[in-house]
Design a protein around this ligand. Structure first.
Ligand code: ADP
Ligand code: MG
Length: 285
């Protein structure tokens, strides 16, 4: 399933004194089974863009076409919401049911599925995000940890079987171990669904470097770059727009500058370990 974003502008409060030009002339194509990072400074338009993907916001100008259908088509908007699942920034603010089972089942219930099917989907979604069904189903979503609340929100979207899963800062504010665990679950979901596309909005360059294949960069509402992860961290000038590169990439470049003959195009810890082992092995021979 493809999403085409054609000449899209988005303006909040158009025509009023509080008018904000959040996105300007965005053109993008998102294909089946891609895992994409979306980065940019706070206020660059990331959350606006992801809400345009599932028809929650409608472009001021231009069009977003999901699986051949424009989000401007009111009759089809419901279908588009089910196809493009969006886990909001701070999803814990949107938990509201009295039990975890009901909260996760809210989407499937809206899809008018049978009770039986809803139960199956909730159980499966909970398994996928590492929440034990029997242990958690009857607990209030307000009684669990922040990391578990994010899982409940994620399961609530997964239970609708979306073709595109959009995660807006899903792991922001979680500790490194918690983030790693959730990412392992997300990668597992991605690798087991040959049609699923994931869009990962993130502040963390480490997360982007480790998990995505393609990176979209927004700057002040405009598309700054759209490249492979490799090119993004090696060829795009991110510092110019105030964005960082992964710490390990900085380390490798600094180490090379000290006169060590190592590759300086590395941006993940795993690759750095390999490269440094090679270098130190050769050096010690
Ligand atoms: P990001 O997710 O990258 O931080 P946003 O998409 O949330 O960026 O915001 C883009 C711009 O739109 C910012 O200037 C922000 O202040 C503005 N904005 C976001 N939501 C609203 C809103 N509901 N009303 C008015 N302006 C908004
Ligand atoms: Mg945001």
């Amino acid at each position: 399933m493809n999403i085409e974003i054609k000449n899209v502008d988005y303006i909040y409060n158009q025509g009023s004194p509080g008018e904000v030009y959040a996105l300007k002339n965005i053109n993008l194509n998102i294909k089946s089974h891609e895992i994409i990072g979306l980065i940019g400074q706070t206020g660059s338009g990331k959350s606006t863009l992801v809400q345009l993907l599932n028809g929650l916001l409608i472009p001021t100008n231009g069009e977003v076409i999901v699986d051949g259908i424009s989000t401007k088509d009111k009759e089809k908007r419901r279908d588009i919401r089910f196809k493009v699942g969006l886990v909001f920034q701070y999803p814990e603010h949107q938990l509201f049911e009295e039990t975890i089972e009901k909260d996760i089942g809210f989407g499937p219930k809206n899809m008018k599925l049978s009770e039986d099917e809803i139960q199956k989907r909730v159980e499966l979604a909970m398994n996928k995000v590492g929440l034990n069904y029997e242990k958690y189903k009857d607990i209030s979503p307000f009684e669990i940890s922040g990391g578990q609340q994010r899982r409940v929100a994620l399961a609530g979207i997964i239970s609708m079987n979306p073709k595109v899963l959009v995660l807006d800062e899903l792991t922001a504010g979680l500790d490194p171990v918690g983030r790693k665990e959730i990412f392992a679950e997300i990668m597992n979901i991605y690798n087991n669904d040959p049609e699923l596309t994931i869009v990962l909005v993130s502040h963390s360059m480490e997360d982007v470097a480790n998990y995505v294949d393609r990176v979209i960069v927004l700057n002040k509402g405009e598309l700054y770059s759209d490249n492979s992860t490799y090119d993004t961290f090696n060829k795009v000038d991110l510092e110019k727009i105030g964005l960082d590169i992964p710490q390990i990439a900085k380390f490798m470049r600094a180490y090379k500058k000290k006169g060590h003959e190592i590759a300086d195009d590395i941006y993940t810890i795993d690759d750095a370990v390999e490269e440094l082992s090679r270098y130190l092995g050769v050096k010690n021979e």
